[in-house]
Design a protein around this ligand. Structure first.
Ligand code: SF4
Length: 180
């Protein structure tokens, strides 16, 4: 089987709801329909580490963006970004294209299109510098998406796939990065 060489980078908890703050899980395991929609497009998935799990463990309380705005957490996010970019850099060198990145809307660590969470503040500049060539889209898992059934977000992913195939430019509700 030929490799598709297309990669979507996703926040950890899309595939592991055990990592979210207690009481906030949306699904027993992962966001099934979202993950399935990605794989059905022939896209591989790179699961980022959960920065809050690494930094504060599973007894952590919910915190705001400002409460996570500390030197220690920034260092944790920078370390994750560096490790991740070693992996992704090797894949890019092997001809793999990052086609998109999915964060989590409203998360102080993993939001992309709103406040830009602390992990993506560390990661996206490195990814933009490294993923030269094909552009990649950025989007967030909406707060009301539990990934257990077909919904607007799954439809959006399909439209992004059509866009990626046709290189037709941006899709409403998402930002597109030049990768340069
Ligand atoms: S820090 Fe990110 S990956 Fe971890 S639970 Fe929160 S949104 Fe998910």
């Amino acid at each position: 089987m030929r490799r598709g060489r297309k990669l979507v980078v996703v926040s950890h908890c899309l595939l592991n709801q055990n990592s979210v703050v207690h009481g906030l899980a949306r699904a027993p395991g992962g966001l099934t329909e979202v993950v399935t929609a990605l794989l059905k497009q022939g896209w591989a998935i790179y699961q980022l580490p959960c920065p809050e799990l690494r930094h504060a463990g599973m007894t952590r309380p919910p915190k705001t963006w400002a409460e996570y705005d500390t030197k220690e957490f920034a260092g944790c996010c920078r370390q994750i970004a560096g490790q991740v970019m070693e992996d992704i850099g090797r894949l890019i060198d092997d001809g793999v294209a990052v086609v998109g990145v999915i964060g989590v809307a409203g998360s102080p660590s993993c939001d992309i299109t709103g406040s830009c969470g602390h992990l993506y503040r560390a990661l996206l500049p490195e990814l933009r510098a490294r993923a030269v060539g094909l552009g990649f889209w950025l989007t967030d898992l909406p707060a009301d998406c539990d990934g257990q059934s077909e919904d607007e977000f799954v439809g959006r992913l399909r439209r992004l796939a059509d866009d990626e195939r046709g290189r037709a430019g941006s899709v409403s509700g998402n930002r597109r990065e030049s990768g340069r």
